[in-house]
Design a protein around this ligand. Structure first.
Ligand code: NAP
Length: 241
């Protein structure tokens, strides 16, 4: 076991998995959180272990405060510390505002925004004791620019940016840095049903991003950026310049 531990929510697939692997390469033991896809989570754990650090999968629903509290308490009891938290788990339930159900509004706000409140609170408690820690929240460019058909998702991601800046101000004196990454269009299960060919025309770098593009930015903010806090790093190929 190494002496540094990172908790990555939604790390069974996509961007979260890439972040977990990148932090593992930087020498962190990794807690792989997931919602239901145990097979994918276990595969991520094996890939992390192959890099020479420890990893374990923890199934909990980040939108459920009781489940979060129980699991984070177990993690802290077992490992004694959490050095990096990546609040990455997220979902979409797209639809035009006037047709959006309260159910789809609440599902996205709870999973993409309230989750960061639920997970960060007990993690910050242990980071405060350590007087050290870094949090990276997975926002989105649509949290900056808005997006037709994504009122719930854009509001959640904009909320995450507000939370990021506020926590940076509250926790800086405790040695805890809090930043956000705002990805553009990234090749994952979340975007697999979109006709992405029409987007690349609008992206100056003329391609979609890969999960690894985001993971490098997360690792920079979590590990290397000692004097950076409260920032939102857009990683979008130039989409919203
Ligand atoms: P993805 O491929 O759909 O993966 C989602 C991950 O989140 C999976 O690991 C899933 O676990 C987990 N998850 C979902 N709901 C959860 C819950 N309630 N509790 C715990 N884990 C949960 O998504 P992605 O594209 O990698 O997106 C990751 C993050 O990046 C999200 O916050 C998303 O909003 C953000 N983002 C993505 C893009 C993009 O273009 N892809 C752009 C901007 C921002 P299971 O495998 O168990 O289901």
């Amino acid at each position: 076991m190494s002496e540094k531990l990172a908790l990555v929510t939604g790390a069974s697939r996509g961007i979260g998995k890439a972040c977990a692997l990148e932090l593992a390469k930087a020498g962190y033991d990794i807690i792989v959180n997931y919602a239901g896809n145990a097979e994918a989570a276990e595969k991520t754990v094996q890939e992390i272990k192959a890099l020479g650090v420890d990893a374990a999968a923890y199934k909990f629903d980040v939108s459920n405060k009781e489940e979060v509290d129980k699991s984070v308490a177990e993690i802290i009891e077992k490992y004694g510390r959490i050095d990096v938290l990546v609040n990455n788990a997220g979902i979409t339930r797209d639809g035009l505002f006037m047709r959006m159900s309260a159910e789809n509004w609440n599902a996205v706000i709870n999973t993409n925004l309230s989750s960061a409140f639920f997970v960060s609170q007990p993690v910050v408690k242990v980071m405060m004791k350590q007087r050290n820690g870094a949090i990276v929240n997975m926002a989105s460019v649509v949290g900056v620019s808005g997006n037709a058909g994504q009122a719930n998702y854009s509001a959640a991601k904009a909320g995450l940016i507000g939370l990021t800046k506020t926590l940076a101000k509250e926790l800086g004196s405790r040695g805890i840095r809090v930043n956000a990454v705002a990805p553009g269009f990234i090749n994952t299960d979340m975007t697999k049903d979109l006709d992405t060919s029409k987007f690349t025309d609008f992206i100056p770098l003329k391609r979609l991003g890969e999960p690894e593009d985001i993971a490098k930015a997360v690792k920079f903010l979590a590990v290397d950026a000692d004097y950076v806090t409260g920032q939102v790093l857009e990683v979008d190929g130039g989409l919203i310049i």
